[in-house]
Design a protein around this ligand. Structure first.
Ligand SMILES: [Zn+2]
Length: 197
């Protein structure tokens, strides 16, 4: 037996999401079928519109509603410290530990030698414009091989700025894991135990 075309189509797109196989997609499909028409309409609109309405902060690359993100607009943040993360998701994980009051720079990716992605392909140019008054840069890329490679390249490039102390978050995080999967205490310990590169 085959599902109606409209349902098949829905399943096809649901399966594009990470971790969603046929069974899960079917389950979501049935769930959506029973959802209130109005909410479904809003859900659809949110999907259509969100890309258009989400911007990358012109200073740090974080996701934002406008040209600049909330953190870059917050006068109380210390701009002499920059924490470099891979994605906005990692930035949110760092924010959740409520310890860090500096600013961020979001690379929006990692170096990948296999895929030919270099540092210049990442959101890096705007970082150089910010370095004048910076005292410390904390490299908080993930403890994966790509994250470590990116950290090494960054540290090398930042050697050109001897006035900046470059630190790397400690290895309390399991190798191969992501910042946003770490529990807050582990991430806090990793942050506090950061070492100079
Ligand atoms: Zn920003």
């Amino acid at each position: 037996m085959k599902y109606p075309i409209a349902f098949q189509e829905l399943i096809y797109y649901l399966k594009k999401l990470p971790g969603v196989g046929t069974k899960t997609a079917e389950r979501y499909g049935y769930f959506l079928m029973n959802m209130d028409e109005e909410i479904l309409q809003e859900f659809g609109n949110a999907i259509i519109n969100f890309k258009e309405n989400i911007h990358h902060c012109k200073i740090c690359g974080n996701l934002s509603d406008g040209d600049y993100c909330d953190i870059c607009q917050d006068q109380s943040r210390d701009i002499s410290t920059i924490c470099i993360v891979e994605t906005s998701k990692d930035l949110f994980a760092m924010e959740n530990i409520r310890e860090y009051r500096g600013s961020y720079h979001v690379l929006n990716g990692t170096i990948s030698i296999i895929d030919g992605v270099t540092l210049d392909d990442l959101n890096i140019k705007t970082l150089y414009d910010r370095l004048e008054s910076v005292k410390e840069i904390i490299i908080a890329t993930n403890p994966t091989s790509q994250g470590e490679t990116t950290a090494l390249y960054l540290a090398k490039v930042l050697q050109r700025y001897p006035q900046i102390k470059v630190t790397r978050i400690a290895h309390g995080l399991p190798i191969g894991s992501n910042l946003d999967y770490a529990d807050e205490l582990t991430l806090l310990k990793s942050f506090e135990g950061r070492k100079e590169m």
